[in-house]
Design a protein around this ligand. Structure first.
Ligand code: BES
Ligand code: MN
Ligand code: ZN
Length: 457
């Protein structure tokens, strides 16, 4: 698909707000589309004028994109608008919504979905946004990579292949990708992570992606990389297990973000870490009641083998802070079912030890239209993780489950500024929402991109 600044009027789109249509066959509801045959014009409904904003605009245009693909239309044109939007938001909103509308996960289909939408004509007077369009498209390709990685199943994506994807996608772009195998991981001291990994025939890989092209103290992005989460001996139900190929959503996000950052050649230092493994059952698996040792020397009581992500993250974030002494460390994880109960599939839940750092992340997320809601890092709730036999236990129970899970990870970041993003609800959708269909969303690739940009020179 190409975006061209050329004043063409072929299949010109006219925007109509709800109840402001003078066409009896069109009500202007958000995302409704009516092609006017003979007039070479397409009406697009924007919904309620009072609620109109950049996000609603993108949702409507996304629907238009899906409609055009469905009808095999290959060209569409837009004029300058008098909509209540910043000019840049108008252009980038159109580009994002239409580009995202072309994403289709048909990897496993014998019959591939063709998308014939080829030319998007934009007004020549907006050509000054050409570089912003290119930047956005490169960022979206990072997000598409994340979506693909999430949507692929565990028989295709396991630690070895996830590491290979990271290497293949990033090493030509100026990212130094290092892949460590079991023995090396042990030498690096990531022993708690290896306890989670040890039950699977698919061996772990610790993936270190260094993009060092700036002069800031590095940002460290850590992604949960459970390529499958059966729950282990604290086994999940069959229903609960079925989508657990998506439990590497955090790692997909950081890999996608590194692609976005590197393609755009940001002058910044960012390191992404993934402790990839599978939570499987075998005679060699870790068990409920075990006490294991983390990289920082702390002992962990395994209260529940299904609270495995936080154990892998404990070692990964500890490696991140001790090796890189970061300006800020952000971890992203499909960590708790509880975050779905609290915030649905719409908001990512955040926990932080540093309000200023959190505000930076929040700002980047707002620029990206990716919703985050902060949860309290409460001292009393932290006591739910206290263990009678060890220094900490890996589950604080049901109450406040997303908070205590985040706090568990926070126990391993020393005093470095840290933001934890629980994306269990937002990384993988059970029903379509906004610019996403069922499946992987690649949420926060854009947030991490904009965050990195805010530290670049
Ligand atoms: N990967 C799951 C969390 C999850 C649940 C992600 C649903 C996406 C959708 C995580 O490893 C997990 O199993 N968490 C447990 C923690 C509990 C045992 C303390 C949970 O949320 O039930
Ligand atoms: Mn689990
Ligand atoms: Zn998990």
């Amino acid at each position: 698909m190409k975006f061209i600044f050329n004043d063409s009027k072929n299949n010109l789109v006219k925007f109509v707000f709800e109840n402001e249509s003078n066409n009896p066959f069109f009500d202007g509801s958000k995302g409704s589309v009516l092609p006017l045959v003979g007039e070479e014009t397409i009406l697009l409904g924007l919904g309620d004028k009072d609620k109109f904003c950049k996000e609603k605009f993108k949702e409507a245009v996304y629907k238009l994109g899906r409609f055009l693909a469905d009808k095999d239309i290959n060209e569409v044109s837009f004029e300058k608008s008098d909509l209540n939007l910043e000019e840049k938001d108008y252009v980038l909103g159109l580009v994002e919504a239409l580009q995202v509308s072309t994403y289709n996960f048909d990897h496993y289909k014998s019959q591939k979905c063709a998308n014939n939408l080829e030319s998007i004509n934009l007004p020549a007077s907006l050509k000054s946004y050409e570089n912003d369009v290119k930047e956005l498209l490169d960022t979206l390709f990072g997000q598409f990579l994340a979506r693909d990685l999430i949507n692929l199943r565990s028989n295709d994506i396991y630690p070895e292949t996830l590491a290979k994807y990271a290497n293949d996608e990033l090493s030509d772009l100026g990212v130094d990708v290092k892949i460590y195998e079991e023995e090396q991981i042990r030498d690096m001291g990531l022993t708690a992570y290896l306890e989670v990994a040890k039950g699977s025939a698919n061996k772990p890989r610790f993936i270190v992606m260094e993009y060092l092209h700036g002069d800031n103290k590095p940002l460290v992005y850590v992604g949960k990389g459970l390529t499958y989460d059966s729950g282990g001996y604290s086994i999940k139900t069959s229903e609960g297990m079925k989508t657990m190929n998506s439990d590497m959503g955090g790692s997909a996000t950081v890999i996608g973000a590194m692609k976005a950052i590197a393609k755009n050649k940001l002058k910044v230092n960012v390191v992404a870490l993934v402790a990839a493994c599978e939570n499987s059952i075998s005679g060699g698996s870790y068990k409920p009641g075990d006490v294991i040792k983390a990289r920082n020397g702390m002992t962990i009581e395994v209260d529940n083998t299904d609270a495995e992500g936080r154990i892998t993250l404990a070692d990964a974030v500890n490696y991140g802070v001790t090796e890189y002494k970061p300006e800020l460390i952000v971890d992203l994880a499909t960590l708790t079912g509880a975050v779905l109960v609290a915030l649905g599939e719409t908001y990512t839940g955040a926990v932080t030890n540093n309000q200023e750092a959190f505000e930076k992340v929040m700002e980047a997320s707002k620029e990206s239209d990716e919703k985050i809601w902060q949860l309290p890092n409460d001292d009393f709730l932290r006591t739910y993780n206290d263990s009678k036999v060890a220094d900490i236990k890996n589950s604080g129970g049901r109450y406040g489950g997303s908070i205590t899970a985040g706090q568990f990870v926070g126990a391993f970041v020393e005093d470095y500024p840290w933001v934890h993003l629980d994306i269990a609800g937002t990384a993988y959708l059970s029903k379509s929402q906004g610019l996403n269909e069922v499946g992987g969303t690649g949420v926060h690739v854009k947030t991490l991109y904009h965050l990195a940009k805010s530290y670049s020179k």
